[in-house]
Ligand binder design. Structure first.
Ligand code: FAD
Length: 465
């Protein structure tokens, strides 16, 4: 067999599973079709860490709760920005009071203790900027925010440093059962493995169709606004409005100090309507406050960790859910337990549970800045003026384990080009650093995937320069 364990898909969950099982004496590889790991993690660099209160599905709520409890230790270990901001589900009329009362009762039945229904005077004390009329609110103190891409990267980097092989730009075409394991066929290779962990939501593989467990396809649209942090939007808690139709409007303070506002709905609404609805909790937002607008499919399926095929060597993680970042540490732990019991493997003696250090220039004090510039003067050269990202950080992002190879990879790792000018001043410099560090021509540097090159031609007149 080529491998003991093959993980299909290098998204957040694939990387987390790779990290957990890299603690054991196993020969492991991850197969990912994209240029980078965790390319599908939502672009806005903050995710809500849910606490199981809002989810209708009991199993999803349990996974959220388990993941939520594990976040403090994981984020501290990997130095991933995370804070528990707490959340308020706001009720503005009698119908919404009934909705939050039902959610409260359900939370108590689930054994969740850190929730309470608050009267308006406490709510305005907690959020002095809240100008809308509130009848009651459901307060939950364990809701948090985390940088999901950073989390995925940490899992991936530590797994890589502990011997997991990452096969990027390799697409899984099929999985076929053989005696004592599986053959995984990709567009480039054929691998055999004793155990396959499939994190790819694909219905097309022969084996997946044979060993299918149904997941309901509960899909909607999530519309996002990234808002400037000003007096209208300055809130320290996550604020929700949930109505009886199951629609959710929320605002969330990002780790970077901005505000994300989002609405999850079943049918489409216009940008204007979105701003209008968000205004319901932000006491008036208009176009000038909006830094970015995105929409994305939104899923609320039951997550299934299907290990019914484990005797043959197959574990499948199925379902898509808006709280999957929250659930990830729990899912990875559960999968790891199944792997250990199937493979009868032992903990590695030399497992290194430390992520390599990195510096964020904009977060350092002057003394620390002077110290790292002395070590490497590239940290003294600002490339992205809006987000204060230095050449040193970009070079480190490229040279690290599983380093950035695309412009999007550099942006996500460093925050360059995410500022007000959206890269107008720094994107070319990023392309040029990527070309220099990867020994490529600028024309070969891709935005994020095949055929997405940024510089198409060189102007002939400059060829001799
Ligand atoms: C808009 C949006 C907002 C969200 N907000 C939150 C939030 O606030 N809180 C929260 O907890 N969660 C949130 N989530 C959920 C979370 O971000 C995602 O569900 C999570 O990142 C999914 O991770 P994954 O590893 O399961 O799947 P993916 O990231 O989809 O990973 C699957 C991987 O498999 C790869 N792949 C696919 N096909 C193949 C193939 N044939 N061969 C090889 N590789 C392949 C893909 O390239 C991908 O990297 C949000 C999701 C979205 C879309």
């Amino acid at each position: 067999m080529d491998y003991d364990v093959l993980i299909l898909g290098g998204g957040l969950i694939g990387c987390a599973v790779a990290y957990e099982i890299s603690k054991y004496n196993l020969n492991i590889a991850v197969i990912e079709k994209d240029y980078d790991i965790a390319d599908d993690v939502a672009l806005i660099n903050t995710a809500m860490v849910y606490d199981g209160v809002e989810s209708e599905d009991t199993l999803n709520a349990k996974l959220e709760r388990m993941g939520n409890k594990m976040m403090d230790i994981i984020s501290a270990k990997f130095n991933v920005p995370f804070k528990r901001c707490g959340s308020l589900i706001i009720a503005q009329n009698d119908e919404e009071v009934e909705v939050i009362t039902n959610i409260y009762n359900r939370a108590i039945e689930r054994g969740i203790k850190d929730v309470s229904i608050l009267e308006p005077e406490y709510i305005y004390e907690m959020e002095p900027n809240l100008k809308v009329e509130v009848k009651k609110a459901l307060y939950s103190k364990n809701t948090g925010v985390i940088c999901p891409f950073d989390l995925a990267l940490s899992y991936g980097e530590v797994a890589f440093d502990n011997g997991v092989k990452f096969k990027l730009e390799e697409e899984v075409i099929d999985i076929q059962e053989i005696s004592k394991g599986f053959t995984v066929i990709t567009n480039k290779n054929k691998f055999t493995s004793k155990l396959v962990i499939n994190t790819i939501p694909s219905e097309n593989y022969s084996i997946v169709n044979e060993k299918k467990i149904g997941v309901n396809n509960n899909e909607g649209i999530l519309k996002y606004l990234l808002l400037d942090n000003n007096e209208k939007t300055k809130f320290s808690h996550a604020l929700f409005i949930m109505n009886s139709k199951g629609e959710r409007i929320y605002t969330l303070p990002t780790m970077e100090g901005d505000i994300v506002a989002a609405i999850s709905i079943k049918e489409n609404v216009s940008y204007k309507e979105l701003v209008n609805r968000v205004s319901k909790i932000t006491s008036g937002v208009d176009d000038i406050d909006v830094k970015m607008f995105l929409d994305w499919p939104f899923f609320e399926e039951s997550m299934v960790i299907d290990d019914s095929g484990i005797d043959d060597g197959l574990i499948q993680i199925k379902g898509k859910h808006y709280g999957q970042v929250t659930m990830t540490p729990a899912i990875a732990n559960i999968v790891c337990e199944s792997v250990v019991s199937k493979m009868k493997c032992k903990l590695k003696k030399d497992f290194n549970d430390k992520r390599r250090e990195y510096y964020k220039f904009r977060e350092l004090c002057d003394e620390e800045r002077k110290r790292i510039i002395k070590l490497d003067n590239k940290y003294g050269k600002i490339i992205c003026g809006c987000e204060k990202v230095t050449e040193g950080e970009i070079v480190d992002a490229i040279r690290r384990p599983l380093g950035a190879r695309t412009v999007e990879g550099v942006k996500r790792r460093t925050g360059a080009a995410f500022g007000n000018c959206q890269g107008a001043h720094c994107l070319n410099k990023v392309v040029s650093i990527l070309a220099r560090e990867t020994n490529k021509d600028m024309k070969e540097i891709a935005k994020d995937s095949k055929n997405s090159n940024i510089v198409l031609y060189r102007i002939k007149e400059f060829d001799s320069m």
